[in-house]
Write a protein of this length. Structure first.
Length: 569
């Protein structure tokens, strides 16, 4: 097909749903020597494998090994960084050149499709090099995995589980084949002069048209021995939302769906793009709480997408700010704040189950829950500084409140408040759920961590039920938050000015930091004072709105929307 390494990396990223899984970049990280060692081991020890010759290393790999171009271990491999430029290796000349951008019409068609499993049918129909690449790749993969049964596993679901657990694939080979269509997969194989194992043809002849089916909330898998669909074992401890999404649906809109988990517990699942929190999701949260308070015992807010949520819909905020619709923006932010407060002060227990990226508004939601049941692999943080604003959905207020709760007699209260201020001002994101405790985002004695992500929703449901059955008491709104006023504000302003003088932050960073300082200090009160949460929410919202009128804030939001990374201006 004559693909460059940039084009191959572009193509292999979306296949399994992980953008960082590109082939050549992954080899550079793992090490070319590791690749060669593994490939040679398979080549030497599997002489009768039908794909034996695929593991024979091409000449360019041999040359790279001779040159010690092993990737990250030797600072050059398929890619090489020179100053700030990323160079890529031309596989024909074995010389480095500026990296080229890769674009394919077939990939463009999948941009509006959120779930990787739904992209495959589109990918194999492509008429460009991308479509050809996927057809060839899938044809080889489907033929190969079908021949590995019963050689390495008697049950085909075990191969899928191994690929997901071992390589981080969101969907296993047989799930991908099902998504394309079993018959269509065979046609793709025939075009490449390949054929599936005989048991696949027998499966179709027996009246089974797919490898997996869903029945009454459980996943069933084709059994070669019985030529029928058999329930996949080990599901009873899990709640799989894909299996109950429609059958247990209570209510839905375009951005959220509410399901009945049984035993009086509801689940709210985000369904927006990248699970961003916009008007539809906020409506869903309020609707779920309304339903739970009237007819159920508790609510879980959780999903099983790649990430819990990347935060608020900044595109909506950007449009309102650009068009100077400040009244509408004020109402939108107040609705966000009010919804977070409902999460905390409803009459039923609300459990939030974050995983993956849980940023901005997702972090604020977690901080307002009765309990967080977090997956161990959770990246939680208030990242609003990156788009030129402060946390405006109760996050700034909550950090001030949590600092207040840690004030102790004769302690230096400013030091406690400063730690919480820096967590927000530096946009710190935990590298795991355990680190979120150190950042003050999760709380010991209240929140818990689940190592097995598949158990997360079931564990969250269990805790919601326990709290409900123990006699849940609706919390009383706080009016006793101690803020330090000018004493803290002065300290923060001196510190931020020193950061500007030392050229650590820009003038706009200074403006954002000072707005945050004003909120977390409780304003310029003349002495430490007890205030209500609503007081802090009001000055938080005022600070957020004032930053949305700044040109440089709009530049940051626009850059994030278009480039996907923060702008320093």
């Amino acid at each position: 097909m004559g693909l460059t390494i940039e084009e191959v990396d572009k193509l292999t990223g979306p296949v399994i749903g992980r953008p960082k899984s590109a082939t050549f970049r992954t080899v550079d990280v793992v090490g070319l020597d590791t690749l060669v060692h593994v490939a040679n081991g398979i080549y030497e020890n599997c002489p009768n494998d039908e794909a034996h010759e695929l593991f024979k290393m091409p000449d360019f790999i041999t040359k790279m090994m001779e040159n010690n171009w092993l990737g990250s271990k030797t600072n050059q491999g398929f890619y090489k960084k020179v100053d700030k430029d990323i160079l890529s290796l031309d596989l024909n000349t074995l010389e480095y050149r500026p990296a080229k951008k890769a674009a394919f019409a077939t990939l463009e068609l999948t941009k509006t499709i959120d779930k990787p499993i739904d992209r495959f049918k589109v990918l194999v129909k492509g008429t460009d090099k991308a479509g050809e690449f996927y057809r060839k790749s899938f044809a080889g993969m489907f033929a190969y995995v079908s021949n590995r049964i019963p050689e390495i596993a008697d049950d085909l679901y075990k191969i899928d589980d191994a690929m997901k657990a071992g390589f981080g694939w969101e969907n296993g080979p047989f799930e991908i084949w099902d998504a394309i269509g079993v018959t269509q997969g065979i046609e793709i194989m025939k075009a490449e002069n390949l054929a599936p194992a005989a048991w696949v043809t027998d499966m179709l002849a027996s009246g089974n048209s797919s490898f997996f089916t869903v029945n009454e909330g459980a996943t069933y898998c084709y059994s070669i021995a019985t030529k029928s669909q058999v329930k996949v074992p080990g599901q009873d401890a899990f709640i799989i939302l894909d299996n109950i999404r429609e059958s247990k649906k209570v209510w839905s809109n375009s951005g959220a769906i509410i399901q009945d988990l049984g035993d009086g517990i509801l689940n709210l699942e985000f369904r927006s793009k990248m699970n961003t929190i916009g008007g539809d999701v906020l409506q869903g949260i309020n609707k779920a709480i309304d339903l739970a308070e009237k007819e159920y015992q508790g609510l879980v807010i959780g999903n099983q997408a790649a990430n819990f949520t990347v935060g608020a819909n900044i595109g909506m905020i950007f449009m309102m700010a650009v068009e100077q619709e400040y009244d509408e923006l004020n109402m939108a932010i107040k609705m966000f704040q009010d919804t977070m407060m409902r999460v905390r002060y409803s009459s039923i227990p609300v459990i939030v189950a974050p995983h993956g990226m849980t940023l901005g508004g997702g972090c604020e939601m977690s901080m307002h829950a009765d309990k967080v049941v977090a997956a161990a692999e959770s990246y939680i943080g208030l990242v609003e500084f990156g788009v030129g604003v402060i946390p405006g959905g109760g996050g700034s207020k909550e950090m001030a409140l949590r600092a207040s709760d840690l004030f102790r007699k004769n302690d230096v209260e400013l030091n406690v408040l400063q730690e919480y201020f820096l967590t927000v001002a530096m946009a710190k994101v935990s590298t795991s759920a355990y680190e979120a405790f150190d950042l003050g985002i999760l709380q010991h004695g209240k929140d818990i961590v689940v190592v097995n992500k598949d158990r997360q929703i079931a564990e969250a449901k269990k805790h919601a039920l326990l709290m409900a059955e123990a006699g849940y008491t609706q919390p009383i709104r706080r009016t006793d938050v101690k803020v330090l006023g000018k004493q803290a504000l002065g300290m923060f302003l001196v510190g931020t000015n020193q950061m500007v003088a030392g050229k650590y932050i820009s003038d706009h960073d200074l403006k954002i930091a000072n707005k945050l300082a004003y909120v977390m200090a409780g304003g310029d009160l003349s002495e430490p004072t007890l205030v209500s949460e609503q007081y802090l929410l009001d000055i938080e919202r005022e600070a957020f709105l004032s930053l949305c009128t700044e040109r440089k804030t709009l530049e940051r939001i626009q850059f994030m929307l278009t480039k996907g990374k923060p702008l320093r201006n």
